[in-house]
Design a protein around this ligand. Sequence first.
Ligand code: HEM
Length: 149
Amino acid sequence: MDEAGGQPYGHGDASFRAAGGETGLRALVDNFFDRMGSDPRFKTIYDMHPDDLDVSRDKLARFLCGWLGGPKLFSQKYGSISIPRAHQHLPITAVERDQWLACMRESVAEQAFPAEFKVYLMEALYVPAEGVRKRIERLAGQGHEPVEG
Ligand code: HEM
């Protein structure tokens, strides 16, 4: 249940509201990319991103709004998206997946979200992160090597 005793996370917009709506998610995403850019533990995944991170920040924040049951801000601006497909050109293995999740976990920990929502969110994010890794592994098995850039 969310903190107001309403719908459980994952239903309706309960998760979006627990995250503080678009404002809360933009703050999370800014923290995430600031951390990725300043902590050498995340250098491998940081270096995969374009130099100008403004669009990356906007895309991830908008995606998370819709994914958590809020307004579909990503598709409104950028069109439809498949998370595994959007990453299939990148060299992402379990190492890079875990870097991404660790960076996100540390940023989530610093937000004023309900404690149980933080746990829910990190468990939920594992699913698309692992989906990315699996797709790249499958394509590599078919002889399609990911090309960075
Ligand atoms: C598994 C570890 C992950 C890594 C290393 C990673 C890394 C990246 C990188 C480098 C880009 C920029 C790609 C480019 O401009 O060529 C990107 C884009 C993006 N990522 Fe991830 N990502 C990961 C997981 C995720 C997850 C789990 C989500 C969603 C919950 C996500 C959402 C996005 C979105 C929405 C974009 C923008 C895609 C677009 O350009 O249309 N990523 N990611």
